[in-house]
Design a protein around this ligand. Structure first.
Ligand SMILES: [Fe+2]
Length: 309
């Protein structure tokens, strides 16, 4: 495959972590700890947790958690911020979040571009209406969070099953929020695929329209086919070929970015999970080799020009 200028990694971009990661769910703590630690650390470059699951945890569970944070770089992916919700932001939670990130040296905080509260908790991720008014509202709240945690946060493109009151397209909405909030993007390729089937659009065109220089890190996951034209984003199955292809294309467009396997249900044995993490790494290695060859080619031609001058 030819390497074009648009496939070169963007040199000004810095990522909070590198390589291929694995979401650390509570159900995985025991199996991972009893697995060969050398094999785990050889395959997993970073981990991600939901801060809500760990902020107030003490005792033995806290020791378990620290075992991993001392061995792996971490990012955290929130569940409860409700960035698009009508209730005021939970300032107590955000203060605790900052302490939690400091205490465990957690490199980045991401959340879903959705909401999960009304007057109370809705226990689901609801779609924010794609409107200019919502862009201003959400971007303001993201900036508030960023001020409180003292760094940029990343927002994730989410899967959604209805778009109530939409005035903008999904891609225009996401891009407007990122620009107005001056935040980063958590790029979930499975969510793009799921939405492209459910809402009938071209996933590659959508991918191309995202701001690659804002990618903090990525997610990849499996889903469930409810019907031919309805996919449910379950994180409960192996990743399908079309989603792997989309990750490959994302690296081709934007350069390699750190990418994490999300698996929340039907969790297979650790060895099987690590195979999927290895597959992320294999695609990253391929694009890193292309980039390296391209750089060496560019250096070689500059050197040749100098010699002939
Ligand atoms: Fe995700």
């Amino acid at each position: 495959m030819a390497v074009t200028p648009e496939t070169e990694p963007l040199s000004h971009r810095t990522h909070p972590v590198a390589g291929a990661g694995l979401g650390l769910r509570r159900a995985l703590l025991g199996p991972l700890q009893s697995y060969d630690p050398e094999i785990v650390s050889k395959n997993v470059d970073f981990m991600e947790v939901a801060p809500e699951n760990w902020i107030n945890v003490g005792g033995q569970k806290r020791d378990f958690f620290r075992y991993f944070t001392e061995r792996f770089p971490f990012v955290c992916h929130g569940l409860s911020l409700s960035i698009g919700g009508p209730s005021p932001l939970d300032q107590t939670f955000i203060r605790k979040l900052r302490q939690f990130m400091d205490e465990y040296n957690i490199r980045a905080y991401s959340e879903h571009l959705s909401y999960c509260t009304d007057d109370g908790h809705l226990y689901d991720l609801m779609p924010i209406p794609f409107t200019d008014e919502a862009v201003t509202y959400v971007a303001g709240r993201i900036r508030q969070v960023q001020d409180m945690i003292g760094q940029r946060m990343a927002i994730e493109n989410v899967s959604y099953y209805a778009a109530p009151g939409a005035e903008l397209s999904e891609i225009d909405f996401i891009n407007a929020v990122i620009t107005e909030a001056d935040c980063d993007l958590l790029l979930d390729v499975n969510n793009i695929y799921v939405n492209s089937v459910n809402h009938r659009y071209d996933p590659l065109e959508f991918l191309k329209a995202l701001p690659g220089d804002r990618i903090s890190y990525g997610h990849i996951a499996g889903h469930y086919n409810e019907a031919e034209d309805l996919i449910v984003d379950t994180h409960g199955a192996d990743i399908i070929g079309d989603v792997w292809d989309l990750l490959d294309k994302a690296y081709g467009l934007f350069g390699v970015f750190p990418t994490l396997l999300e698996r929340d249900f039907n969790i297979p044995p650790v060895g099987e999970l690590l195979c999927e993490v290895q597959k992320i790494k294999a695609i990253q290695d391929k694009w890193n080799r292309y980039a390296q060859a391209e750089n060496e080619g560019a250096k070689g031609s500059t050197h040749g020009q100098r010699l002939s001058a």
